[in-house]
Design a protein around this ligand. Structure first.
Ligand SMILES: NC(=O)c1ccc[n+]([C@@H]2O[C@H](COP(=O)([O-])OP(=O)(O)OC[C@H]3O[C@@H](n4cnc5c(N)ncnc54)[C@H](OP(=O)(O)O)[C@@H]3O)[C@@H](O)[C@H]2O)c1
Length: 299
């Protein structure tokens, strides 16, 4: 069985949903039931569920707040992963740990490979890079999966924000000079459930991998696609205007290049991600349809 920490997050919920659909034994613990930085809680969870593999979907993901809330970011992104890795080492099981494009500074002109040195430019990125190091230093049998620009039907994310803003605004001004791959949490969950049995059988597959949807765009391109797909269903078609990072200052710096080269993952695990537009289109349609559905007790 697979034990997931961070069960209430975007990825945690998609893992739970997918495992249930595929009848894969899994238990997911929300933050309220287990703080990953609490070694007693983690040890108790492992003793209770006796997993064959652990997935860390927990993280402190508030990128701007992390600049001032360094202690919480450190707990969720550095201390916690270290505690989980230690517990996995003691139990003799592998762990899949999820990390981020924000460990890079974005100055590379081409997509980042796993061998590129990390150089975070935000507190969040530094805490995630430290978490990777904690996992590598504590547990040999692991996969660190770096992904980017995550969205899903659950939680807060850019896609849902665009749908919400499009309801009332005639103009959306969106950053057009940061490049990356919008990646659905569902597809990350698929990738994790695909690699899990392979990693369990073969410790030599351990290491760091990049996994995002295929193809690249900008936040502006991402927003434009969401609006284009939603418009025929909602009748709302705001103009999506490109702006620069300088026009939209945020507490945390973001890399201008968040593109990850995923060839190593594809070649090692034989799992090819879909083009980013496929999942963005599907999620947009699902969310708009759900919002428009008349509750059955009203009909
Ligand atoms: N979101 C993105 O755009 C993005 C991009 C690149 C990489 N990633 C990585 O992808 C992974 C999954 O992200 P996500 O989007 O699913 O994040 P998410 O929706 O923010 O979920 C993270 C979950 O972790 C929980 N959590 C935070 N601190 C914890 C702690 N100390 N102990 C236990 N649980 C804790 C949170 O609970 P509370 O809300 O109750 O605190 C939340 O339910 C993370 O490793 C993240 O760094 C995300």
């Amino acid at each position: 069985m697979i034990l997931v920490f961070g069960g209430n997050g975007q990825l945690g919920q998609e893992l739970t949903r997918l495992a249930a659909a595929r009848a894969i034994p899994m238990h997911a613990l929300p933050h309220g039931e287990a703080d990953i930085a609490d070694s007693n809680a983690v040890a108790a969870a492992l003793a209770r569920w006796k997993p064959e593999l652990l997935v860390n979907a927990a993280a402190y993901t508030k990128v701007d707040l992390a600049e001032t809330n360094i202690e919480e970011a450190c707990k969720g992104n550095e201390l916690g992963p270290g505690v989980l890795a230690g517990a996995c080492a003691a139990a003799g099981i592998p762990m899949v740990h999820v990390s981020t494009d924000y460990v890079f500074d974005g100055s590379k002109p081409t997509p980042y490979r796993e061998t590129d040195p990390v150089c975070p430019i935000s507190a969040y990125g530094r805490s995630k890079a430290a978490g990777e190091a904690a996992v590598r230093g504590t547990l040999k049998h692991h996969v660190i999966l770096r992904t980017a620009w995550v969205y899903s039907e659950f939680g807060q994310n850019f896609l849902k924000t665009m749908l919400r803003l499009a309801e009332t605004r005639d103009e959306l001004r969106i950053v057009a000079d940061q490049h990356g791959s919008p990646t659905s949490a569902r597809e990350i969950a698929e990738a994790i459930l695909h690699l899990a049995p392979l990693l369990s059988r073969d410790q030599k597959l351990s290491g760091t991998y990049h996994f995002t949807a295929d193809g690249f765009t900008t936040w502006h391109g991402f927003a434009g696609r969401v609006v284009e797909i939603a418009a025929p269903m909602t009748g709302r078609n705001p103009r999506v205007i490109p702006i620069t990072t300088a026009d939209y200052p945020t507490p945390a710096k973001r890399p201008v290049n968040s593109r990850l080269d995923c060839r190593r993952f594809v070649q090692t695990f034989g799992f090819t991600p879909r083009h980013w537009t496929e999942s963005v289109d599907a999620t947009t349609r699902t969310l708009v349809a759900a919002a428009q559905r008349v509750p059955s007790h009203v009909a």
